[in-house]
Design a protein around this ligand. Sequence first.
Ligand code: SAM
Length: 205
Amino acid sequence: MAMINDLENYFSGLVPWRSELLRKLEAEARQERIPIVGPVVGELLFILARAMNARRILELGTATGYSAIYLAQAVAPGLGRVITLEVDPAMAQRARDNIAAAGLSAQVEVQVGDALALMDGMAEPFDFIFMDIDKEGYLPALTRCHRLLRPGGLLLVDNTGFQGASDFNRELAQDPGWRWVNLLARLPQHSPELDGLALAVKILP
Ligand SMILES: C[S@@+](CC[C@H](N)C(=O)[O-])C[C@H]1O[C@@H](n2cnc3c(N)ncnc32)[C@H](O)[C@@H]1O
């Protein structure tokens, strides 16, 4: 069976629909070089959260609130919420404004501070955690994610193709507390477009 010609270009044309607001945030991110997940991984976040009927979602690394909006779209108002952690107070405020413009303020709480320190103060179990902070934080965040996820909860980790994530990748691969895959993926409008994406489910060792 023959493959479609010029697969990368072909798949670049297969980008899901999104709102004017999300397109505006994409344009701002391009202009200001803010590394957001883009519309393909954004939609993946929505699909995973919706498919598992996630009610308690934790995001590490908010930036302008782009990915938080996708996550919040997946949780039914009144039934679930997203807590997103951002170390930069100005960015956190920008995210709150964008989330309000999306009409999703009731579903999202933006907390300001270092994600690792904020996680240490949490006890609530989460269904789904999305990790997208500075890569040196990935390895120390891993045990915290395991503690905070319910059994069977899902961890999605962006940018595992970065050098800074290699210790994290090694640890995830040998930790019996997880079932995992680490995908090399071509992701249109993701920053960068060729990158790793890890998915892991919490298993009780
Ligand atoms: C890659 S961007 C997040 C993009 C966002 N998830 C999206 O796709 O729309 C990373 C963000 O995490 C923040 N950050 C980096 N290290 C952090 C840490 N240790 N704790 C909290 N926030 C952190 C940065 O300030 C930056 O805004």
